[in-house]
Design a protein around this ligand. Structure first.
Ligand SMILES: [Zn+2]
Length: 76
């Protein structure tokens, strides 16, 4: 699994929508990739604050900002 795949699957993972095979690969990537682990942590924190998945409130620009921040982590 690549980092961009991971980012795409975060919402489905938190909703429990991944099939067992994909979830296993997702968890495996998280164990190996510090950037993605932090991304998931941030995502969870956001959800805790909102009390719901941010799907509805996360506009495309906000999503782009998150993905850019994510790339910066990897670049650093
Ligand atoms: Zn990653």
């Amino acid at each position: 699994m690549t980092c961009s795949e991971f980012v795409e699957l975060v919402t489905a993972y938190l909703e429990g929508d991944l099939d067992p095979d994909t979830e296993a690969r997702f968890v495996e990537h998280m164990a190996l990739c510090e950037g993605c682990e932090r991304y998931l942590d941030q995502f969870r924190t956001t959800i805790d604050r909102l009390g719901a998945l941010p799907e509805e409130t996360l506009s495309e620009p906000a999503r782009g900002t998150l993905l850019n921040a994510f790339r910066d982590w990897h670049a650093g």
